[in-house]
Design a protein around this ligand. Structure first.
Ligand SMILES: *Cc1c(COP(=O)(O)O)cnc(C)c1O
Length: 384
């Protein structure tokens, strides 16, 4: 494929001769109005009505029972792991192709990550590889705990990630986790608006998290959400994110090591306005994905379409190039021509801090690491 055809296609899609970013936020509703209202109220910090409103809007949209807003998605992950009982020296399974936060949150708990392969089709954790790793490397002890035979440690949780908003095979993963008595925590940082078999991602595990960073589907500047159907976990999450302060009319008593992780009201105000645009944003992003899909259909480049049975938010559109050399040629050409494209993250299992961690067979991840490229994915209400 002539890469210049791609550049021209993107310029036409976004009706622009300027620099075209990977993902820019859009503010088309009541953002300014709510921010002004929030400032006028003086409640711009960790208490205020927008935080609760934002949480309620999230419940309505995702169908979850409880939602706790946090300062960012990384903090949400940290708390999600803690409330699921991840203790120091426990082990937590995740995928090597994810944003670094997923793994850092495991380390914040002084737990040990184990890396299991992703799938070629969904780009998410592979249920087959997960099952084969667990069946070969673990045993259930007398308490019914899943013990890693190599290390003697307990495998406490599994954190699959819905890569770029494409739902992974979360039902199969949930079944395997249940069988091995492993807590399922969904890193849905990228998948607000993505559904697996009509159920919102982040609602399949015991806990799920969402991110509202500036580059995500919608943004609160910085922000995150913990969602769960479990009342007692929700209570713990709220407690730990608010300095573990025991509710009292005037006294300061804290009954645990807590965190200053509550989302400020001013960020939530932005979030409430963004939630009003969410459906429109997803609709538009899906149209953009459709155009890309058509464009690439007759080329030697594979465009990643949503897996069968799921609805993706198409947060970041992704393509797969023939090999590393072709990928680099594509990245060079497009970026030189002011069309922003980016390679997928490096395998986290290869980074200095994590290279001694246990891994399963990572054939797919290694293959994909050299080939995936993200292409411009912002919404465009102008021409679509
Ligand atoms: C963005 C992201 C996070 C972290 O969210 P922040 O709000 O930036 O802290 C975690 N996991 C994944 C997969 C992400 O893409």
């Amino acid at each position: 494929m002539d890469f210049n055809d791609f550049v021209l296609f993107v310029r036409n899609l976004y009706d622009s001769n300027e620099f075209i970013p990977l993902h820019a936020p859009v503010f088309i509703n009541n953002e300014k109005k709510y921010l002004e209202e929030c400032i006028d109220s003086t409640f711009v910090s960790s208490i205020g009505k927008f935080v609760h409103q934002f949480e309620d809007l999230t419940l309505d949209y995702t169908g979850s029972k409880y939602a706790i807003a946090t300062v960012n998605g990384t903090a949400a992950l940290h708390i999600a792991l803690l409330i699921c009982g991840v203790n120091p020296e426990d082990e937590v399974i995740t995928q090597p192709i994810t944003f670094i936060s997923t793994v850092n949150a495991i380390i914040y708990c002084n737990a040990k990550p184990i890396f299991i392969d992703i799938e070629n089709s969904t780009l998410g954790l592979s249920p087959e590889k997960l099952e084969s790793f667990l069946s070969q490397n673990t045993k259930l002890d007398n308490n019914g705990f899943c013990i890693n035979k190599q290390t003697g440690r307990r495998i406490k949780a599994c954190v699959p990630m819905h890569t770029f908003g494409f739902p992974c095979k979360i039902d199969q993963i949930a079944e395997i986790c249940l069988k091995y008595n492993i807590e399922l925590i969904e890193d849905s940082a990228e998948s607000l608006g993505s559904f697996f078999k009509d159920k919102h991602t982040a609602t399949f595990g015991r806990v799920g998290i969402i991110s509202y960073n500036g580059n995500k589907v919608i943004t609160t500047g910085g922000g995150g959400m913990i969602i769960t159907n479990d009342a007692s976990l929700a209570k713990k999450a709220k407690h730990l994110t608010t300095q573990a302060k025991v509710p009292h009319p005037w006294n300061y008593v804290h009954d645990n090591i807590g965190y200053n992780y509550r989302l400020p009201n001013i960020n939530a105000a932005l979030g409430c306005a963004q939630m009003e645009s969410l459906s429109e944003i997803i609709k538009n992003k899906r149209l953009i994905a459709k155009s890309y899909s058509n464009f690439f259909s007759n080329s030697d480049i594979r465009f990643i379409n949503e897996p069968l049975g799921s609805i993706a938010n198409y947060w970041l559109n992704a393509i797969i190039l023939k090999d590393r050399k072709e990928r680099d040629r594509f990245l060079e050409f497009t970026n030189k021509n002011n069309v922003m494209t980016r390679p997928v993250w490096h395998l986290i299992s290869k980074l200095e801090m994590f290279k001694k961690c246990q891994t399963g067979d990572l054939t797919n991840s290694e293959w994909l690491e050299n080939r995936i490229v993200n292409i411009p994915s912002s919404v465009n209400f102008k021409s679509l």
